[in-house]
Design a protein around this ligand. Structure first.
Ligand SMILES: Cc1cc2nc3c(=O)[nH]c(=O)nc-3n(C[C@H](O)[C@H](O)[C@H](O)COP(=O)(O)OP(=O)(O)OC[C@H]3O[C@@H](n4cnc5c(N)ncnc54)[C@H](O)[C@@H]3O)c2cc1C
Length: 381
């Protein structure tokens, strides 16, 4: 009997809803057994599709804290530089990421499936339940429950909503009306993999109506993200990219043509944001995208999800009272997340300027924004 309600702290397990980055990282943090848990994932398989992610230095730092430094160095492709270019290939500014982060925190690109596999490594398979979809919650001050698709009810000492941007746990906790709780920022954007047309660093090209990012994941393969950036595009079909790409350099045009001509490998990726005043209530808490999905301007989604999991795991492992632990967790995470959100807003605003103004300002604002965004994130959580 450790808490004020005279209920054993973990009479029931912590139920983690979602086996993506945040859920699996929390499972890793708790796998020493001090806090019992079970993870519920709606997918049938542990690994996600083949698309890739950019991991900035603080994501590398969090993965090292989760015991995965060697794995990430082995499977991640080093990203030593970033380049921001106009549609006509003029270099607006570049960042020497190697010099900024140093070799220990060198940013990397990684296939999402490889990251999920690395996070899963070492976590007992008995604690991971796949093909289980949480449909609703039953609230209770000491013993909340989740209801699965087959009607099964699972009791929990704590429910952790790590179920992504369209979180069921968030909807159950705060309802659908949550102010800026869940906003769609851009609908017309797609992700894909393609043969590497000779790109050796993270490179973005921004035109008047379209933005294209290419990032090597191997010497012979790039990950791409292409978005139509006009507020109300006439067409939201990926084929519209073919017309818009005419101003872009040859290697970018060829890559877009390759992607659009293989629709099975083209993933529609709407950009959605979540901004909430609270991330927890009683014995239910949100982490990762479920709590604070942020437009991927600074590629901080995975890093923040990993850091949330580390901080929540550590806080729970030494807690004598779960509601108090959640207050502490949220207090420790708020300012870092708010910093990323503010920097995302600033860069999104700059990206929406008329191209000629943007192209004049970015050489000065870009490197400064990079340093101001990532500088404070070098501090470990
Ligand atoms: C276009 C785009 C590009 C991006 N690029 C980057 C990048 O380069 N770098 C980066 O760091 N981030 C990037 N992100 C963001 C990043 O993908 C997310 O921030 C990250 O995946 C969040 O992890 P998560 O675990 O919170 O959510 P998710 O990875 O979405 O995981 C949620 C899990 O919960 C499961 N689930 C959902 N509902 C239920 C339910 N009811 N019951 C059971 N299981 C459920 C899902 O199946 C899923 O496995 C990008 C996002 C977008 C849209």
């Amino acid at each position: 009997m450790r808490n004020g309600n005279l209920v054993p702290l973990h009479k029931e397990p912590v139920v983690i809803v979602g086996g993506g980055v945040a859920g699996l990282a929390l499972a890793r943090t708790l796998m020493d057994g001090a806090v019992p848990f079970v993870l519920i994932e709606r997918r049938q398989m542990p690994a996600d599709g083949g698309l890739a992610l950019n991991l900035p230095g603080n994501a590398i730092q969090a993965l090292a804290a989760l015991g995965l430094r060697e794995q990430i160095e082995a499977i991640g492709h080093p990203l030593r530089r970033r380049e921001y270019r106009t549609a006509r290939d003029k270099l607006l500014f570049e960042v020497d990421e190697d010099a900024f982060w140093g070799p220990a925190l060198r940013p990397r690109s990684i296939r999402r499936s490889a990251l999920v596999a690395a996070l899963t490594e070492g976590v007992s398979r008995d604690l991971l339940r796949y093909d289980a979809d949480v449909r609703s919650l039953e609230f209770h001050p000491t013993q909340p429950k989740v209801r699965l698709q087959d009607g099964t009810m699972l009791g929990a000492s704590l429910i952790v909503g790590a179920d992504g941007v369209r979180s069921t746990v968030r909807r159950e906790l705060f309802g659908r009306r949550t102010g800026r709780g869940h906003a769609l920022l851009a609908d017309a954007s797609w992700r894909f993999m393609a043969p590497n047309p000779g790109i050796d660093c993270w490179t973005v090209w921004a035109g008047a109506d379209c933005m294209i990012l290419l990032m090597p994941v191997a010497d012979d393969e790039v990950y791409g993200w292409a978005a139509i950036t006009t507020p109300n595009p006439i067409s939201k079909s990926p084929c519209a990219l073919l017309e818009l790409r005419s101003e872009f350099p040859r290697r970018v045009r060829d890559t877009i043509l390759h992607a659009v001509s293989r629709p099975d490998g083209l993933y529609h990726s709407p950009l959605e944001e979540v901004r909430l005043d609270h991330w927890h209530n009683q014995r239910v808490v949100l982490i990762g995208d479920a709590a604070h999905a942020t437009a991927p301007v600074w590629a901080e989604g995975v890093a923040l999800a990993l850091e949330d999991a580390i901080v929540l795991g550590r806080t729970l492992s030494k807690a004598s009272d779960i509601p108090a632990a959640l207050v502490e967790f949220e207090a420790r995470r708020r300012s870092r997340v708010a910093h990323v959100q503010a920097k995302t807003d600033a860069m999104s605003k700059a990206a929406k300027l008329p191209p000629f103004v943007r192209n004049m300002l970015l050489p000065f604002l870009g490197p400064k924004n990079y340093r101001q965004t990532y500088g404070p994130l070098k501090e470990p959580v």
